[in-house]
Design a binder for this molecule. Structure first.
Ligand code: ARG
Length: 404
């Protein structure tokens, strides 16, 4: 395609929403060349292959970008350092969106395209994350969101897809709306939209139910270096391989199922189900190590920084200067988060059973009931003056009560 022909980059998953965008872009939006970009952040290999196959059938210029290691190292590991948590959700879908947007922009820049399209609905968070990501990296980009712009419904999409010969067999069979990457699996839709409908076992694919998990305790030790995991049970691995390994181990033991009410950016409360075995275990281990090496003031202050970081990450504001500022603090604290944490996994339960670090702010000699190094008598003065202002306040209240 020559550069002067109208071309649009479609952020493409291969699902129904993004597939209907292909003929729409050509026929209704007037683009001659639709370029589809699928970014591999660890979704099932069949999904990636299917997207490429569909793109071929629908005649687009298709690109698959493998971003698994980049996602693991720069996104999932940042989430670990910041103890990522939004209302109990370790931010799996959220943190993949900025990277997907960045890769789409990379392809567009190579091909000289400045127009984009995505299949996000007007109700969710992804429209914010994808559009912010594209505009942050290409301020003058034109962005189309046909599903939102036309208030599309699933039944309209199915009918339109059939008219346009878009293969939709898989989409018709799907009851649940699933988004998957290395850091977790989100399951929505169908009866799960009812907050009091118990999630059926069939929605889970990465985690065994506690009942079906092996009746055997599994011990796992994670080694950390400067805030990020580097080895599982003494075996080091690349960031993506390490996360995949933890998904397997923790998932087999029934760990990582999350069922929450979530407040979306638009204010909608939605019921969300997640499976995040690696995220849940690695975050628990990381927190346990921080508790050993950071001062009490650092821990309290960092909890606020982490929460602010998580809000930005949830909103997809990956290139917000405040995020850089927060990360400067986080990175500084992580220098000492080196050591190892051991856990016991058993039928959906995770317990920390040990932690050690060359930076431990712990002295057995000082804390032990048996030691004499810590001269207890020296505490007398501190204890005596503890709560001085509070005591004065209390005495004044009592005094004025008596005078009434
Ligand atoms: N609510 C989550 C988020 O905004 C996950 C959305 C997942 N999407 C899906 N189609 N299941 O990050």
């Amino acid at each position: 395609m020559s550069k002067n022909k109208k071309q649009v980059v479609l952020v493409y998953s291969g699902g129904l929403d993004t597939s209907v965008c292909i003929p729409l872009m050509r026929e209704d939006y007037g683009y001659e060349n639709v370029i589809t970009v699928t970014v591999d952040v660890g979704q099932p290999a069949e999904d990636i292959a299917q997207a490429a196959e569909k793109a071929k059938i629908l005649g687009t210029e298709h690109y698959t970008v493998d971003a698994k290691e980049e996602f693991a190292e720069n996104f999932c590991f940042s989430a670990i350092k910041a103890n990522a948590d939004y209302e109990g959700y370790p931010l799996s879908t959220s943190i993949a969106r900025p990277l997907i947007a960045a890769k789409a922009v990379e392809v567009a820049k190579k091909l000289g395209a400045t127009a984009f399209a995505h299949g996000c609905t007007g109700k969710g968070n992804d429209q914010f994350r994808i559009e912010y990501g594209i505009r942050a990296l290409m301020p003058d980009a034109t962005i189309h969101a046909p599903v939102r712009e036309r208030n599309m419904t699933r039944s309209w999409e199915i009918e339109y897809a059939q008219k346009k010969n878009i293969p939709i067999k898989q989409s018709l069979e799907k009851i649940w709306s699933i988004d998957e990457n290395l850091w977790g699996r989100s399951i929505e839709g169908g009866r799960l939209e009812e907050p009091d409908f118990a999630p059926p076992e069939e929605i889970f694919q990465w985690t065994k139910s506690p009942k079906a998990a092996a009746d055997k305790v599994q011990e796992v030790t994670i080694d950390f270096k400067a805030g990020v995991p580097v080895a599982v049970n003494g075996v080091s691995a690349s960031p993506a391989a390490l996360i995949a390994r933890m998904n397997q181990i923790a998932g087999d033991n029934g760990i990582g199922r999350i069922d929450i009410m979530e407040d979306r950016m638009l204010g909608l409360k939605v019921r969300e189900n997640y499976e995040c075995p690696a995220a849940v275990t690695l975050l628990a281990a990381h927190k346990a190590l921080e508790a050993l090496v950071l001062t009490t003031d650092e821990l309290k202050f960092k909890a606020k920084i982490d929460s602010q970081w998580s809000n930005l990450a949830y909103s997809g504001l990956w290139w917000d200067p405040l995020k850089d500022d927060l990360e400067a603090f986080i990175t500084s604290t992580q220098k000492r988060v080196t050591g190892s944490v051991s856990m016991r996994l058993y039928k959906g339960n995770l317990s920390i059973i040990g932690r050690k670090s060359p930076w431990a702010l712990y002295s057995e000699d000082l804390a032990s009931f048996d030691s004499t190094t810590f001269d207890q008598k020296e505490s007398t003065g501190m204890v005596k003056n503890f709560g001085l202002q509070q005591r004065m306040y209390f005495h004044l209240v009592e005094k004025y009560k008596r005078e009434q």
